[in-house]
Design a protein around this ligand. Structure first.
Ligand code: NIG
Ligand code: FE
Length: 393
């Protein structure tokens, strides 16, 4: 815990708190604000000049900058080796994306040392932190053996508490044509060994990956081992992923690109967050999910990067916010909420994605007067300050 002096952020031009009790609307905005944090948590939020000001406070004048909660990237796959730039170039020349490329990353990942995997995760998480991400979920899934999934989770757990066993990502080559046998191995051996190192269990429910029954079995076994379910669903085409996620009370169903009226109704009536990953559509040059339709139906939407070497090799939440606004018809307010509070809901966290007394002091400032500039000025590095647990990064 931070035993140092408390920090007062003063001269905030526009503050996003995500607390409707503090300011009007979901973003809970405060103009001409100040924010006090210490001991790792937010201590006070309000209009500048009204703050309690003790003698052990370090004051930082933000000179009119916008301040908001750090981004919560609730979906990444950073434990891998190699890259697939050639596959990307071929796609941009007209080749369609198929999940088959996952196998080349599995081969490279299995051949890598733990130190190499750790170096890649460190590099990607440092990138993410610089662009304002203060909480990140990390999946395994490029091992698909008990030993390789276990070490992937161990590497991830050294960097974040939000670790996910993506046990059923793709059938590995040694189980070619025997997906049911692979699922049996996941249930009998992989989940018991790996569950103590993960918080979440994830599956790729998609034609060509795992079918509904296989996914249900894996998720149910994971839940029995103490993990909480999340699902990759409806990414490459229509399918049962969304319905399965809602039926199982999953924290989140991710991608949600190909949905029908029944899928949207199920999400609107359930507790599962729809996590949209526009970096994937950007990098596969495929149509984006219709966030407007989801939000207008009352669905809770998160935005995340999906950082992985196949479909979305970016750690930039600001890029995803810009894509969400321009390509998925979200407003800047909605996109910023989804990248902070929405991500927190997708991770079932109430201590992050919000700036109110008692919440984690995960805070970012922008070289801009409002959060809308994240979408309005795409591609510009606007994140000027990052505090994680109250500590300047
Ligand atoms: O979320 N959909 C499955 N998994 C990743 C892609 C993995 C890859 O192509 O390496 C995704 O898009
Ligand atoms: Fe993914």
């Amino acid at each position: 815990m931070d035993a140092g002096p408390w920090t007062l952020l003063d001269g905030i031009g526009a503050l996003v708190t995500n607390d409707p009790g503090i300011g009007a609307g979901p973003l809970g905005p405060v103009r001409d604000a100040a924010l006090l944090f210490g001991d790792g948590v937010v201590q006070w939020v309000g209009h500048r000049g009204r703050e309690p000001y003790g003698d052990k406070v370090v004051r930082i004048d933000l000179d009119g900058r916008a301040v908001l909660p750090g981004f919560v990237d609730s979906h990444t796959h950073p434990v891998f080796a190699g890259d697939r730039a050639d596959e990307f170039a071929a796609r941009m020349a007209g080749q369609p994306y198929t999940a088959g490329g996952i196998r080349s990353t599995i081969a490279a990942t299995r051949a890598a040392t733990d130190a190499q995997l750790d170096a890649t995760v460190s590099r990607l998480l440092t990138e993410a932190r610089r662009s304002g991400t203060t909480t990140i979920e990390c999946k395994s899934g490029y091992g698909q053996t008990v030993a390789d999934e276990l070490r992937s989770l161990r590497v991830a757990a050294a960097h974040t508490p939000e670790t996910t066993l993506l046990a059923a990502h793709v059938t590995p080559p040694e189980f070619d044509g025997r997906t049911d046998d692979y699922v049996r191995m996941v249930i009998d051996r992989m989940i018991p060994v790996c569950a103590p190192h993960a918080k979440w269990i994830d599956v790729f429910c998609e034609r060509g990956a795992f079918d509904t029954e296989q996914c249900r079995t894996v998720l149910t076994t994971g839940v029995a081992a103490g993990l909480i379910p999340r699902v990759h669903g409806n990414q490459l085409g229509p399918g049962a992923g969304v319905q399965l996620a809602v039926e199982m009370g999953a924290a989140s169903v991710d991608h949600v690109t190909h949905t029908d009226t029944d899928d949207i109704a199920a999400l609107a009536h359930g507790t599962t967050v729809a996590t949209l990953l526009p970096g994937a559509e950007f990098s596969t040059r495929t149509p984006y999910p219709d966030a407007r339709r989801l939000i207008d139906a009352g669905v809770t939407v998160a935005v995340a990067t999906d950082c992985n070497p196949g479909t979305s090799y970016t750690t930039s939440m600001p890029l995803c916010i810009a894509l969400a606004v321009r390509e998925m018809r979200m407003t800047p307010d909605e996109a910023v909420w989804s990248a902070t509070a929405g991500g927190a809901q997708a991770l079932r966290r109430t201590d992050i994605g919000i700036l109110r007394p008692g919440a984690r002091a995960d805070v970012i400032a922008l070289d801009a007067p409002s959060h809308a500039h994240l979408a309005y000025r795409p591609g510009v590095h606007l994140v000027s300050h990052v505090w994680k647990d109250g500590l300047r990064q």
